[in-house]
Design a protein around this ligand. Structure first.
Ligand SMILES: *Cc1c(COP(=O)(O)O)cnc(C)c1O
Ligand SMILES: *[C@@H]1O[C@H](CO)[C@@H](O)[C@H](O)[C@H]1NC(C)=O
Ligand SMILES: *[C@@H]1O[C@H](CO)[C@@H](O)[C@H](O)[C@H]1NC(C)=O
Length: 450
């Protein structure tokens, strides 16, 4: 514990800016006021306290001026924004987090809806080039979206989906193997779609290299950054990524189902033809100066804003804004990543010191790559004994034991627990405590000790 305390003195935390569930609020027996150890930010980030005020201000505006707040917000002098342009102040904050130019990002929609919308715009099967390359074991929503995108184009998912999986006995994909797949299907691929960070294993893909290879073969490449945004620094513009989508409720801490965002590279929209690129369109993507003229002519804003369809949920947008301010307050994503690497390294070290580490009879393995370059905050643990058709594995018991002691992490049935120390609000002491509780879960449940 001394080491954890010492490490905490070296790295800033903004834990006091967040609402951390207590034993009492979470409904766990024990001292009601004790805070839980929340290591589940990969699933739902904690609530920034500032969001309550931000939402209340908009409720006030709605109550005080109703429709007029679109153009004459009562809080203008207080730094508030007319609802017309409510999403625009978020742009400078998010662009630094994803490494984009201002005209390459927009706040809109939700992750899967945006993925569907951008696939409609960017997936253009033609001649032999019809296939979509992605991973086996992708997040189901992404699978469903891809599957149906092919069907919408009257193509056969059986032949036009190419799914990559790790080599036998391995849990994560090798960059070289992904490159080989792209190269061997270079003539028939219309789209490569990958997660920045794999939700299950925590593997961080080499976005830069994979993007370069896809682009060199003239293949469109999109990234689902659900687990990467706000977790690792990104340079979407410099890497030449065609498009990307993400959500705001995981590492961006903006609230359950909060409005999400898109990236569209500025190389799209560089000529007249591109400007009118067919898409799922709506009035909010139209030039703001003519939007209310209600013309029968779609004049898209150049860049990502031209992909917006609807006027955004104001309450959602100000939540994202209040939350992203904390990234700025911390010193930016680069600074957060420094702490994150140390924090996850510390978790890994403690786990590897556990008597149960790498024990495939009664213990756990780490699925996530060892190299910090190949992962974000999260480590995924695989538990033994594993679940079989006739017997439940041990993971559920371990997870329940930890939860009852206030260590909140995320289970993926049948046999995996994901632990994500989030640098904005987690401490080295949180990590120390979590591993202590994990070890005592094994001690307690051990057939040997009972
Ligand atoms: C979290 C997550 C989603 C969730 O999609 P929503 O549209 O936000 O419900 C989809 N894909 C991936 C890879 C995710 O990690
Ligand atoms: C919107 O239209 C006006 C008038 O035609 C034009 O000057 C302006 O550049 C357009 N703005 C965008 C973002 O396209
Ligand atoms: C885990 O155990 C296997 C088999 O006993 C061994 O080959 C491997 O090196 C161990 N891995 C680690 C990371 O200790």
């Amino acid at each position: 514990m001394e080491e954890a305390i010492e490490l905490d003195s070296r790295y800033k935390t903004l834990k006091e800016e967040f609402s951390v569930p207590t034993f009492g609020s979470f409904g766990i027996p024990g001292d009601a006021d004790t805070k839980t150890t929340y290591l589940c930010g990969n699933s739902l980030g904690l609530m920034p306290l500032a969001i309550r005020r931000a939402i209340n201000d908009e409720l006030d505006a709605w109550g005080e001026r109703a429709v007029d707040s679109h153009f004459r917000h009562p809080g203008l002098d207080d730094g508030k924004t007319n609802w017309m342009d409510i999403d625009l102040p978020v742009i400078p904050l998010i662009k630094d987090i994803v490494g984009a130019q201002e005209d390459e990002v927009a706040i809109m929609g939700s992750l899967t809806a945006n993925l569907n919308a951008l696939m409609v715009a960017f997936y253009k099967p033609q001649g032999k080039r019809t296939k979509i390359l992605f991973e086996k074991g992708s997040f189901p929503s992404d699978y469903y979206a891809i599957f149906n995108q092919l069907r919408l184009n009257s193509l056969d998912p059986q032949t036009d989906m190419i799914q990559m999986e790790p080599r036998k006995g391995e849990y994560t994909l090798r960059t070289q193997d992904i490159i080989s797949q792209i190269e061997s299907h270079s003539e028939t691929l219309a789209l490569v779609l990958l997660p920045g960070i794999q939700y299950y294993t925590g593997q961080l893909f080499d976005i830069e290299v994979i993007t370069r290879v896809a682009k060199s073969h003239g293949i469109i490449i999109g990234w689902d950054l659900a687990h990467a945004v706000g977790n690792v620094p990104l340079k979407l513009h410099d890497w030449g990524v065609d498009f990307a989508v993400w959500c705001s409720y995981k590492y961006l801490n903006s609230g359950p189902g909060a409005i999400s965002g898109i990236f569209v590279h500025s190389s799209h929209g560089t000529n007249e033809e591109d400007k009118y690129m067919p898409r799922l369109a709506g009035w909010w993507g139209n030039n703001a100066s003519t939007r209310f003229k209600m013309m029968e002519f779609f004049d898209p804003i150049q860049g990502a804003l031209g992909f917006r369809q609807s006027n955004p949920s104001v309450i959602d947008v100000v939540s994202v804004h209040a939350s992203l301010k904390l990234f700025q307050e911390y010193g930016g994503i680069g600074k957060l990543r420094e702490k994150s690497v140390a924090l996850t390294r510390y978790l890994e070290t403690l786990l590897k010191d556990s008597p149960y580490f790498n024990n495939t009879e009664y213990g756990f393995k780490i699925l996530t790559p060892d190299d910090p370059e190949d992962r974000g905050a999260q480590l995924s643990l695989l538990f033994f004994p594993r679940t079989t058709d006739s017997t439940p594995g041990i993971m559920d018991d371990i997870h329940q034991f930890m939860t009852h002691r206030g260590v909140i992490c995320d289970e993926r049935r049948p046999d995996v627990i994901r632990i994500a120390p989030v640098p904005l609000y987690n401490t080295f002491q949180d990590v120390f405590h979590a591993v202590e509780v994990l070890n005592s879960a094994f001690d307690t449940k051990s057939p040997k000790s009972s």
